[in-house]
Design a protein around this ligand. Structure first.
Ligand SMILES: Cc1cc2nc3c(=O)[nH]c(=O)nc-3n(C[C@H](O)[C@H](O)[C@H](O)COP(=O)(O)OP(=O)(O)OC[C@H]3O[C@@H](n4cnc5c(N)ncnc54)[C@H](O)[C@@H]3O)c2cc1C
Length: 330
């Protein structure tokens, strides 16, 4: 076990992202439940209230690290502030949620601190006094166990890998506010603008039918629509590969950089099951995967595994379903 562990909180608009509490759970595992070796850092501008809330929930000492250049997230500004802060105290581990913000600045921070960086960690293994960090490689086909050899290690924590730490009644931590120097970098974030799409269609649907690159071409989306039309309160989802190909708008993307969904029924059609996708469907009650590859990763988490060519299976499914149940017409 290393000397100190720092957890970098993730927050926006005074709201704490629950992944922060997942990273705290990982920190507690690393120090065998001993909260005194953990410190939570909240970078931002006027973030003392956020720091108080986090400390109040966890009972862990929390530092609001303030500078007006930290008001809106910017990788260079965050890194500059954290490097200044950590140079004086060099923790053993710096834990950062593996979100689009976290994995943006974590490698830069590691370079500046001459630390190693292990990303998207899902598990911690320890034996003979050695701590190994487990993460997926080769698109989730293999797990790698990585041991760090540097004094400080920057680790990004895969969302969903640890249960978020719940409220710890009766425990209290100290909250400190510190002004930190930030060297202006070459980039400046002017603003964040909310996408026009709020994710409501996917968030409110009971059934989500998602398409992956396996559909082969945009025209085959009609097959996916056919399945969605069988159910009321259904919506169309997709993998990032489908958005990148320009077959569907980003608003349909499910996964770590898309929407997080919790439908009663989730169809994954022609989707391999990369960790970035399946992280977004952790709340799905029943998962049906259709894939021509019997070794597709989706089959390891699906409730119903259909090894078929989707262009043949879907017309049969739709026909049989309509015969038996009729269809909901949109
Ligand atoms: C930082 C980062 C963030 C990311 N965020 C996301 C995210 O939010 N969401 C996301 O989805 N991805 C995300 N990705 C991408 C992710 O890693 C995968 O590359 C992506 O999910 C793959 O999409 P896919 O499964 O559709 O394509 P592929 O991996 O190419 O899989 C296609 C599947 O279709 C099957 N198939 C092919 N033909 C047929 C057929 N005729 N019938 C049936 N099956 C067939 C194949 O066997 C294969 O399993 C992210 C990646 C990174 C690095």
């Amino acid at each position: 076990m290393r000397n100190k562990i720092a957890v970098i909180a993730q927050h926006a608009d005074n709201r704490i992202d629950p992944v922060t509490y997942e990273a705290v759970s990982c920190a507690l595992e690393l120090c065998a439940g001993e909260t005194s070796c953990i410190q939570i850092i909240v970078p931002g501008d006027r973030v003392e209230k956020v720091a108080q809330e986090i400390s109040g929930e966890t009972g862990i000492d929390t530092i609001a690290l303030e500078n007006e250049l930290l008001k809106i997230y910017n990788a260079e500004a965050y890194t500059s502030a954290l490097v200044t802060f950590f140079r004086q105290r060099a923790p053993g581990y710096i834990l950062i949620p593996h979100t689009s913000v976290g994995y943006d600045f974590a490698p830069l921070l590691a370079i500046k601190l001459e630390a190693s960086c292990i990303t998207a960690v899902k598990q911690v293994n320890g034996s003979d006094g050695t701590t190994a960090f487990v993460h997926e490689v080769f698109d989730g086909r293999l797990y790698a166990e990585v041991v760090s050899k540097t004094k400080t290690t920057v680790i990004t924590i895969q969302p969903g890998a640890w249960e978020p730490l719940g409220r710890q009644p009766g425990k209290s931590g100290i909250v400190e506010t510190r002004n930190v120097t930030v060297n202006p970098g070459k980039t400046r974030t002017i603003a964040f603008r909310q996408s026009d799409y709020q994710g409501a269609a996917l968030a409110n649907s009971e059934v989500i039918v998602s398409a992956g690159r396996g559909i082969g071409k945009k025209e085959n989306l009609s097959l996916i629509y056919e399945v969605a039309k069988l159910f009321p309160r259904s919506a169309l989802g997709c993998s990032r590969a489908v958005c990148d190909a320009g077959w569907l708008e980003y608003s349909h993307q499910v996964g770590i950089t898309g929407s997080t969904v919790s439908p009663k029924l989730y169809f994954a059609i022609g989707i391999s099951g990369a960790v970035q996708h399946i992280t977004g469907i952790k709340g799905a009650q029943v998962i049906v995967a259709v894939n021509s590859d019997p070794a597709a990763r989706f089959f390891t988490i699906a409730d119903y595994c259909i090894v078929e060519d989707l262009t043949q299976f879907i017309p049969t499914l739709v026909e049989e379903f309509k015969k038996k149940y009729g269809s909901f017409s949109k």
